[in-house]
Design a protein around this ligand. Structure first.
Ligand code: COA
Length: 154
């Protein structure tokens, strides 16, 4: 059995796990204002949550005995934007970001979308480049964090 399971769903079903991860990563770690974090796109996006199967080594992350431990999330908007890509700090560098992004790429291909678009924090450019995204244009500030647009043709 795979170590990780990715679940795709709507906000109504994935909000508890997705919002927990986003709160930990964007609001607490990156100090993004909660009024910027939660927006009108959540109820109309497809959300993805990665669950780790098995032992969480006693760490205090969100745990559901049926699903496993929620460790990463991202969302896909109707206009092909991927956003809110977040892996809990304790689980980075283990390929989990890649797991959730590959699931989104596969999902978008199944929906016969022609491209994916995202606004990448500059520190994550190489992460997205490794998945096939290319930088478009100049960097700009969003929530006081340098970003750059990236796209990928499907
Ligand atoms: N700089 C350069 N390369 C990076 C990187 C970084 N900051 N983060 C990951 N990579 C590379 C890895 O080395 C790996 O390369 P490989 O495939 O050649 O081995 C590949 O990207 C996949 O890495 P992975 O382990 O799947 O990444 P992750 O699980 O640590 O998740 C983020 C990456 C960016 C999602 C994670 O660091 C995170 O949640 N950061 C905080 C939130 C954030 O900034 N999100 C992005 C908003 S645009």
């Amino acid at each position: 059995m795979s170590k990780y399971r990715v679940v795709a769903g709507d906000w109504a079903s994935l909000k508890p796990d997705a919002s927990y991860i986003r709160e930990q990563v964007f609001i607490l770690e990156q100090e993004i204002d909660p009024t910027d974090e939660w927006d009108e796109q959540d109820p109309i996006s497809v959300h993805f949550v990665v669950y780790a199967q098995g032992n969480s080594e006693g760490q205090s992350q969100h745990q559901d005995s049926n699903q496993g431990q929620a460790i990463a999330t991202a969302r896909l908007l109707k206009d092909d934007h991927v956003g809110r890509v977040a892996v809990l700090k304790s689980h980075r560098g283990q390929g989990i970001g890649k797991v959730v992004m590959r699931e989104i790429i596969q999902y978008a291909k199944t929906e016969q979308r022609s491209q994916l678009v995202l606004s990448a924090q500059v520190h994550a450019i190489e992460f997205y480049r490794g998945l096939g995204f290319e930088v478009q244009g100049e960097t700009y500030l969003d929530c006081n964090i340098p970003h750059v647009d990236m796209t990928m043709s499907l």
